[in-house]
Write a protein that binds this ligand. Structure first.
Ligand code: PBG
Length: 324
């Protein structure tokens, strides 16, 4: 057959496939989310096989191992004891609290590790919402933003490199930027959860932190999974308000959103492969129905190909170990 154009020529050997590969995935693209708790013990998280809630001491070890394998950053999620959860979420800006202590321990042990913190009230709030809840059940926007500013400044004082507001309140990026600048932290970056959807894929995470809302849902602040234009509007706002990095979350079911935001901004784009995405791969692999490592790599490559510069993933250390 005289076929002048044969795309298979570019796939004929491993060496040629290496040369023509369009997308790379290395540990340097990954951010490792870590759960932490008080005390001196670690607790495995049932719905997230392979993940634990770490005590600060072992958190430092786990982060150090990931860092040594080439993972540049971690992001911290605390399990706050019930007795410290209040309607005003005051514990979130306590300098002696769990997160600031963990930041100081991490930076002391691993100065080159980038430490990212989640800025939102849900782990601290007895109502389980990302914002303050009024008596009539509404989530209070501007009052919440004031508390988030105190939380971010507290994390910055402890040594956080990047704060990541995941609350989806209006105007929080601008408010955080000026609060950080006024407190002398103009080098602390803001990675904004720009397009954070009201997703059922967060289920295992909320179980891990006991942070599910006590009443109602998060649909008045997290976005409707049906919407694209709304994500572009949030991206334009976050960029104008001074965000350094824009994030899309979840990742796998929202690849179109990642691609659209990638085209709409010159800022770096992050994507969060969330707990439910992780669990689905782990569960399918545990029953022998999927090849865990291959699907892990393919899921992350797909997120990179869609346009994410960096990916928050519970697989970070596993990927780095595989590539070492
Ligand atoms: C809370 C927060 C959530 C996640 C990250 N930050 C849960 C939520 O919004 O309910 C989810 C991460 C995951 O599922 O892996 N502000």
């Amino acid at each position: 057959m005289n076929l002048p154009i044969r795309p298979r020529r570019n796939r004929q050997s491993a060496a040629i496939r290496d040369l023509v590969r369009e997308t790379g995935l290395t540990p340097g693209h990954l951010i490792y989310p870590l759960f932490l708790q008080e005390g001196h013990e670690n607790t495995p998280i049932e719905a997230m096989p392979g993940c634990q809630r770490w005590c600060v001491e072992d958190l430092v070890k786990e982060a150090g191992e990931a860092h040594a394998l080439g993972v540049p950053a971690v992001v911290l999620f605390p399990r706050i004891p019930d007795e410290l959860k209040t309607r005003g979420a005051e514990e979130c800006h306590h300098d002696g609290g769990l997160v600031p202590r963990a930041i100081r321990a991490l930076k002391a042990a691993h100065p080159g590790l980038t430490v990212i913190t989640d800025v939102a009230l849900d782990p601290y709030n007895s109502d389980g919402h990302d914002g303050l809840v009024a008596d009539d059940g509404r989530i209070l926007n501007d009052e919440t933003v004031e508390v988030l500013c105190r939380q971010a400044a507290c994390h910055a004082r402890a040594g956080a490199d990047i704060v990541a507001p995941s609350d989806m309140m209006d105007g929080r990026v601008a408010a955080l930027r000026s609060a950080l600048d006024e407190a002398g932290f103009n080098q602390v970056s803001i990675m904004s959860y720009t397009a954070k959807y009201a997703s059922a894929y967060y289920g295992p995470f909320r179980g891990a932190l006991d942070s599910a809302p006590k009443a109602g849902d998060k649909k008045t602040y997290q976005m409707d999974p049906a919407n694209v234009r709304e994500a572009l509007r949030e991206a334009a706002l976050d960029e104008a308000e001074g965000a350094d990095i824009l994030m899309v979350k979840p990742a796998g079911p929202y690849l179109d959103i990642i691609a659209r935001i990638r085209e709409a901004t010159t800022l770096p784009v992050a994507a969060y492969q969330v707990s439910g995405e992780y669990l689905m791969i782990k569960a399918a692999a545990a029953s022998g129905w999927l090849d865990e490592e291959k699907v892990m790599m393919e899921s992350l490559l797909g997120i990179r190909r869609a346009g994410a510069d960096m990916i928050l993933t519970y697989f970070a250390k596993q990927v780095a170990r595989k590539m070492a």
